[in-house]
Design a protein around this ligand. Structure first.
Ligand code: ASP
Length: 310
């Protein structure tokens, strides 16, 4: 039974879910982040029955997501969740960096109430717009008794923040959860849960008080890889490097030599994989730590947070 006495806070940040195009048949030539949070909610008649609190936290295309918005979101989500009258939080977001925001929030807060990211692959003006249903599903999950942690709901599928990734550039069903698989499904306003809520030890908001986010870049290993890019980054003052290696995090010898050199110079270097699924496992003799099941973008966030904590 969903709790109808407590509210869901809907925090809007922009994205295609708030995007508009001049032509309803145009699914790519639109402008993201045009509609405000009130318009998003009004497009879903079923939400008239639900107590909501709405706030516009940002208005951007999530390709331009930045640390200032993450910090604002993390702090606002923590404040809202501390309130007895709030059941959970929904964040509307662009799909491009949704997995990064989801991972960062889960790692910082690991909330004991649900925080659900909602997005769309089609603008609000499209013939087949997915935003309103995705928003309704997100609010449904945010009201689910006992739900906890940061999640995303798209195309009726619930993903944990620890596993979610954008796997398709165009289709409406564009997200996956890798080997872990989805956390569940929302079907006709009901959650069918397949596995446990996302759990992780939170770093806490104090991590954000320690100063600026350290500069961490992602580099990729591939045929003909060269060391000069890594040399230039180190010279420019990069603090961390995540390498998206081949297979089990294996690296072209020229790139590996440059990365080991960077590590000796005090740069944090982690090995992840450019494979679409699967972990990087350490084996004897590995000089660079493995990022385990973290994707390159997740590993980058994790490394930034760890460097920030000192
Ligand atoms: N570029 C858009 C964004 O991430 C794409 C989307 O939302 O689907 O904001």
């Amino acid at each position: 039974m969903q709790d109808s006495t407590r509210s869901v806070a809907v925090l809007a940040t922009g994205g295609t879910i708030a995007g508009t195009a001049a032509d309803p048949g145009d699914n790519i030539g639109y402008t993201a982040a045009q509609l405000g949070v009130k318009a998003l909610v009004e497009a879903v008649p079923a939400l008239r029955e639900v107590p909501l609190l709405t706030e516009q936290v940002a208005q951007l295309d999530s390709k331009d997501m930045d640390f200032a918005v993450w910090a604002t979101l993390a702090r606002r989500v923590a404040e809202l969740l501390a309130r007895q009258d709030i059941a959970g939080v929904v964040i509307t977001h662009g799909t491009d960096t949704l997995e990064e925001t989801a991972y960062a929030l889960q790692r910082l807060l690991a909330p004991a109430k649900p925080v659900v990211l909602s997005a769309a692959m089609r603008p609000a003006t499209a013939l087949l717009r997915d935003g309103p249903q995705n928003l309704l599903d997100a609010v449904t999950l945010a009201r689910e008794p006992g739900a906890r942690g940061v999640m995303a709901v798209l195309a009726g599928t619930v993903h944990s923040a620890l596993d979610v990734r954008k796997v398709h550039s165009y289709r409406v069903d564009a997200f996956g959860s890798g080997d872990a698989g989805p956390l569940g499904y929302i079907e006709e306003g009901r959650l069918r849960r397949l596995r446990d809520w996302p759990m992780v030890d939170p770093l806490g908001l104090e991590a954000l008080e320690k100063g600026a986010w350290p500069w961490v870049e992602i580099v990729t290993s591939h045929a003909g890889a060269r060391p000069e890019g890594v040399h230039a980054l180190v010279k420019a003052g990069v603090k961390g490097l995540v390498v998206a290696g081949t297979g089990n995090g294996s690296l072209h010898h020229a790139l590996e030599a440059a990365l080991l050199e960077a590590q000796r110079a005090g740069v944090g270097v982690w090995r992840s994989t450019r494979c679409l699924a699967g972990p990087v496992q350490m084996k004897p003799g590995d000089g660079l730590p493995a990022a385990g099941t973290l994707t390159p973008v997740q590993a980058r966030i994790e490394l930034m947070l760890q460097l920030m904590r000192g």
